[in-house]
Design a protein around this ligand. Structure first.
Ligand SMILES: Cc1cc2nc3c(=O)[nH]c(=O)nc-3n(C[C@H](O)[C@H](O)[C@H](O)COP(=O)(O)OP(=O)(O)OC[C@H]3O[C@@H](n4cnc5c(N)ncnc54)[C@H](O)[C@@H]3O)c2cc1C
Length: 409
């Protein structure tokens, strides 16, 4: 192995995506004088299938829903803390990534979900408006809704973020505070005799670090970073996600002014859970409405070849067709200029929370977004930073909620 470059750090964060970039920022900002580096590749400039890349991220997009209303109090609290810091991060970096367009959960009023959301909102004192069927139809005239539908609407502290923009802002803030950004892919981590980690990258850089945070998302199981015996037992899987982007014409844009992000919930119906983002401007200068699915179309893929192949494609055709049917039903007047699908994969855990904890001495795992982590990445990154810097758990939500889960065999 060739040693092209040697650097020594106190903490190396591996994975410059949503959580890793936030973790690096909190480390650099809160522990001045400490040598921190963030290692990970940028978004490929070529299409993923032609990029020759061995890893990809779940944040290559312009829109991720952000909201505090949830059925799960842990996700709700973590989102609340992250959202409250968006203004600071935007102001300190000059990078605008948050659009406070609001968010609404809609569905039949008899669904079991409402009681859970109400309880969570009450416990965490989240303000929202409960809209009855009449309010719903008059406020969102473009939506075709059944007469038994109601909605829980968060007008403030909710909307969407550009995950690309947020990652950019976290990285800028980290670098402004002295963090070194290393654009490379780690393929191996070993221990030296004096207990330091020796990190080797795909371009033969050799980096040493006292401590490591592993925030490598969907590719966590596929490189030699976490000790093999633990990696083989780690109970994380990779879940597929297909999204459909529908281009909105200039003429139709005005019809959707003020449209919030929409989450549809119907526990008793197949494909009853889906989400929709309002028209968002993409880098090609065009506006798209984006729709994605929840659990019904998520497939678990667990080999490196399958994950790579999935990232090279454009998603599941059945999911695409179903999502287009949903759009046709719920936005009956919408005449998309074009329809295209895209795909992505994210990490799933048994407890539906991020796993944060010591996976080996001096090595913290920070992964398992379960499709919820973009909006909450700033606080999750902060918990990762606290965990690597403290001997014991130092956070006001129990470590049980974020525990590392291992398969028994
Ligand atoms: C289609 C889709 C829709 C979603 N919608 C929402 C939403 O509406 N709201 C929400 O909050 N969340 C949403 N999510 C989830 C959110 O995007 C993810 O939870 C989040 O990106 C996970 O962050 P992460 O840091 O774990 O992983 P990522 O953001 O994927 O970052 C992992 C990083 O690690 C890097 N990496 C991997 N291996 C290595 C290696 N060996 N060396 C160096 N770097 C490496 C990758 O290149 C990547 O940059 C959605 C996800 C998808 C796919």
């Amino acid at each position: 192995m060739e040693k092209n470059e040697e650097n020594s750090y106190d903490v190396a964060v591996i994975g410059a995506g949503c959580m890793g970039s936030a973790c690096a920022r909190h480390l650099a900002e809160c522990y001045k004088g400490m040598k921190v580096c963030l290692i990970g590749p940028d978004e490929p400039t070529l299409p993923r299938s032609q990029s020759g890349r061995s890893v990809f991220a779940a944040y290559y997009d312009q829109g991720r829903i952000t909201r505090r209303l949830d059925t799960d109090p842990v996700w709700s609290r973590i989102a609340d803390r992250s959202i409250s810091r968006y203004p600071y991060l935007q102001e300190s970096t000059g990078i605008q990534y948050y659009s406070e367009v609001g968010s609404i959960i809609i569905g039949p009023k008899q669904d079991i979900i409402w009681g859970k959301i109400e309880k969570c909102a009450k416990d965490l004192q989240i303000n929202y408006n409960r809209l009855n069927n009449k309010d719903l139809k008059s406020r969102f005239p473009y939506l075709h809704l059944a007469d038994d539908y109601i909605g829980f609407y968060e007008a403030n502290s909710a909307g969407y973020i550009s995950p690309r923009g947020q990652v950019k802002a976290e990285i800028k803030a980290a670098m402004d505070n002295g963090c070194q950004l290393i654009r490379d892919i780690v393929y191996q981590v070993q221990r030296s005799q004096d207990g330091k980690f020796i990190i080797t990258t795909e371009s033969n850089r050799v980096i040493s670090s006292q401590k490591i945070v592993v925030a490598t998302g969907a590719f966590t199981l596929f490189k030699d970073i976490i000790p093999t015996d633990i990696r083989k037992k780690l109970a994380i899987t990779c879940g597929t996600q297909t999204v459909v982007k529908l281009q909105v014409s200039e003429e139709e844009l005005k019809d959707y002014t003020g449209m919030p992000c929409i989450l549809h919930r119907n526990s008793s119906q197949q494909n009853g859970d889906w989400y929709l983002l309002p028209p968002i401007l993409y880098p090609n200068g065009k506006y798209y409405i984006k729709i994605g699915h929840s659990k019904d179309f998520i497939r678990e893929i667990n080999t490196y070849e399958h994950v790579l192949e999935w990232f090279h494609g454009t998603g599941d055709i059945e999911a695409k067709n179903t999502l287009v049917d949903i759009i046709n039903h719920f936005l009956p007047h919408f005449k998309p200029v074009s329809i295209e699908s895209d795909c992505c994969a994210y990490t799933l855990t048994p407890h539906n929370h991020v796993m944060i904890g010591n996976i080996a001495e001096g090595m913290v795992l920070l992964t398992g977004g379960n499709g919820h982590a973009a909006k909450s990445a700033d606080e999750l990154g902060r918990i990762g930073a606290l965990t690597i810097m403290n001997e014991s758990w130092n956070y006001d939500i129990s470590s049980e909620e974020f525990k590392l889960c291992l398969n028994s065999s």
